[in-house]
Design a protein around this ligand. Structure first.
Ligand code: UGA
Length: 437
């Protein structure tokens, strides 16, 4: 079977590479010439564990190619996946569908023989139907079916998540399209990965509902953490006690500086906007969005207060460990670190930053600010009034704290990810502040 992946962002690139690893012939298409050149040279455009290796192996095996040419790729394809971006409208949060509709138009012009057009991007409910209408209008003779196959992979463990998913969701009303997709996922169903077969609208909704629920879970534990701080309870133990109930589950109960990344903030806003457009009262997700926006500012306030309050904090230096929205990624999109750093800069605080993978994106985001970009955690701590952990990178978990203490002006650690043990920190002589403990 021959597949085409339109769009080589996170979802498109990882899915394309993994489908080629299943043994299918995959052509990944992108409009961006620089991206395609880099991919053709065997270098992934994102940092993602084991992606480069799989990509190179499958390119060498002749199963994976990269091109800018949609039309020749689509002509031979059995299935075309649309995996282009659906960025949010900055005012309304509504998903911008211009790229997905443009891709659908281009695909429509090149279809030859039966093809399944599959939406992998996260799209508002009803988009599949609109894509079908576009293709029919542009190419009335085209022999095709539409399906929705949302992707649930996480950045930082994307390959692993694609290869070992909890479930596969296939939305289509066509028996033939369903069979094609079942064939593509056969290596996973052989491993007993469950398939949820449904209609397009339900599949589209499943993705938004899953992401919004997970975002709610994190926002919920963040509020519990705030209350733990006021009442003397320990949020880590509360989360453990809650998580042992299988109806709740122990995942996504780590409090922190707020949710970030290219998905949760965007998808919660898009779902809330869909609800508004249908006049459905959507208080839970609306509150999650608001709580998450406020959380980042609350974290900045916490740092300022630890530095002695607004007046005292002016001209002090914060050593920031971690700028990516979570560990194992170079992605800083919607990272809570950005909103926090912006607030600290506004408060007149000097900033030093170190991140294992986010330095390049960080430098370009802050190109007009004077920030000290550091070569490692120790360099970052050098001369600072506080060490602030914003991202939970593993390498921050095992620092030489004697060295850190000597480098800091004052032994103060503000840990927004709870990666250290409060008792150990006290023993080491640090003033230590964490979240909800
Ligand atoms: C998320 C979903 O987890 C994936 O299933 C989904 O496919 C993806 O969005 C998408 O729609 O493409 P991702 O954005 O990569 O994946 O990141 P997550 O690991 O889910 O984390 C999201 C945010 O929540 C991060 O800022 C993370 O630090 C935060 N988080 C997560 C917490 O603060 N606490 C937790 O316990 C878990």
């Amino acid at each position: 079977m021959k597949l085409v992946m339109i769009g080589t962002g996170y979802v498109g690139l990882v899915s394309g590479v993994c489908f080629s690893e299943f043994g299918f012939h995959v052509t990944c298409v992108d409009k961006d010439a620089n991206k395609v050149n880099q991919l053709q040279s065997g270098q992934a455009t994102i940092y993602e564990p084991s992606l480069n290796r799989l990509m190179q192996q499958n390119m060498q095996a002749g199963r994976l190619i990269f091109t800018q040419d949609t039309s020749s790729a689509v002509r031979d394809a059995d299935a075309v996946f649309l995996a282009v971006g659906t960025p949010p409208n900055p005012q309304t949060g509504e998903a911008d569908l211009q790229y997905i509709f443009a891709a659908a138009r281009e695909v429509a012009e090149s279809l030859k023989g039966y093809t399944v057009i599959v939406t992998k991007s996260t799209v508002p409910i009803g988009t599949g139907k609109q894509i079908q209408e576009i293709i029919q209008r542009i190419n009335p003779d085209a022999d095709f079916d539409i399906a929705s196959n949302p992707e649930f992979l996480r950045e930082g463990s994307a390959v692993e998540d694609f290869m070992k998913p909890d479930r596969i969701v296939i939305g289509t009303t066509s028996e033939r399209a369903e069979q094609t997709l079942q064939k593509l996922y056969r290596p996973l169903t052989l491993e007993k990965v469950p398939i949820v077969s449904t209609d397009i609208e339900t599949a589209e909704m499943s993705k938004y509902a899953a992401n919004s629920f997970l975002a709610t879970k994190v926002a919920f534990i963040n509020e519990i953490a705030d209350l733990c701080e006021k009442t003397g309870a320990n949020v880590s133990t509360v989360a453990k006690a809650m998580g042992l109930d299988p109806r709740i589950g122990d995942k996504f109960l780590n409090p922190g500086p707020g949710i970030g990344g290219s998905c949760f903030p965007k998808d919660t806003k898009a779902l809330a906007s869909i609800a508004r457009s249908h006049s459905v009262d959507f208080r839970i997700v609306e509150s999650v969005i608001e709580a998450n926006d406020e959380r980042k500012h609350a974290m900045a306030k916490r740092i300022i207060s630890n530095l002695g309050g607004e007046e005292a904090a002016k001209n002090k230096t914060a050593a920031v460990l971690g700028i990516t929205f979570k560990q194992n990624t170079d992605d800083i999109r919607e990272s809570p670190a950005l909103a926090i750093i912006d607030d600290l800069l506004r408060a007149g605080i000097e900033i030093r930053i170190y991140d294992p993978q986010g330095m390049s994106a960080g430098r370009s985001r802050y190109q007009h600010h004077s920030i000290n970009w550091c070569k490692d955690s120790y360099d970052c701590a050098n001369g600072a009034d506080a060490l602030v952990v914003i991202t939970e990178w593993n390498e921050f978990r095992h620092l030489d704290f004697d060295r850190i203490k000597k480098s800091l002006k004052k032994p103060l650690i503000i840990d927004l990810r709870n990666i250290y043990d409060p008792r150990e920190m006290a023993k080491l002589g640090f003033e230590y502040s964490s979240v909800g403990r």
